[in-house]
Write a protein that binds this ligand. Structure first.
Ligand SMILES: O=c1ccn([C@H]2C[C@H](O)[C@@H](COP(=O)(O)OP(=O)(O)OP(=O)(O)O)O2)c(=O)[nH]1
Ligand SMILES: [Mg+2]
Length: 167
């Protein structure tokens, strides 16, 4: 795998900096600097103890870790979180507990998410009166079929409508 040098500042030198667990891994694991308990459905922002300077033309993306997602329901609210190349603050992670019943207990130093560094392009938006036609056209949101249907009665309760509860 090719690599790019990224300058890193340890704001909390007592926790480990981002590291790739295995050669070939796309994501470098990030740790939480704080102990946190997330009840079912709860979210919380944690620090990672590091700030980075990504070169121009790169961005960092904060992804969940699949093991924790499958095992306890831990994810990232804004997945993937976007780290801009000009950002010099601490990388933070907005965690969420998707488990409907159990709380998640995390301790300072636990690996809670992973940072994927990627090249990104800036689009040069060119306004035109009409776009060229394609086979897909404006078909989206399940236009090719194969999507699940709501369980009977689910529409009555609001389940599956995407409506959340404001806090
Ligand atoms: O998971 C994340 C996502 C973002 N950030 C930091 C780095 C990023 O460069 C900055 C802004 O993120 P974003 O553009 O996603 O948030 P915004 O709500 O649009 O804030 P802004 O108005 O500052 O752009 O916040 C993090 O530390 N962790
Ligand atoms: Mg923004």
């Amino acid at each position: 795998m090719s690599s790019v040098q990224v300058l890193l500042q340890r704001l909390d030198p007592e926790v480990p900096p981002p590291a790739y667990a295995r050669p070939g891994d796309a994501g470098a694991d990030l740790v939480t600097t704080s102990d946190i308990v997330l009840g079912p459905g709860e979210r919380g922002v944690v620090g990672t103890g590091v700030a980075i300077a990504l070169p121009a033309g790169y961005a960092g993306f904060v992804h969940p870790r699949s093991g924790l997602a499958a095992r306890v329901g831990l994810s990232v609210v804004n997945t993937p979180g976007t780290i801009d190349s000009g950002y010099r603050g601490e990388i933070k992670v907005c965690l969420v507990n998707h488990d409907p019943r159990e709380k998640i207990v995390l301790a300072r130093g636990d690996r809670i998410a992973q940072l994927v560094v990627q090249r990104v392009e800036h689009a040069e938006f060119v306004e035109v009166a009409e776009l060229e036609t394609t086979e897909r056209g404006a078909g989206g949101y399940g236009s090719t079929g194969g999507h699940a249907t709501l369980a009977p009665g689910a529409g009555d309760t609001g389940a599956g409508t995407g409506e959340g509860t404001e806090r």
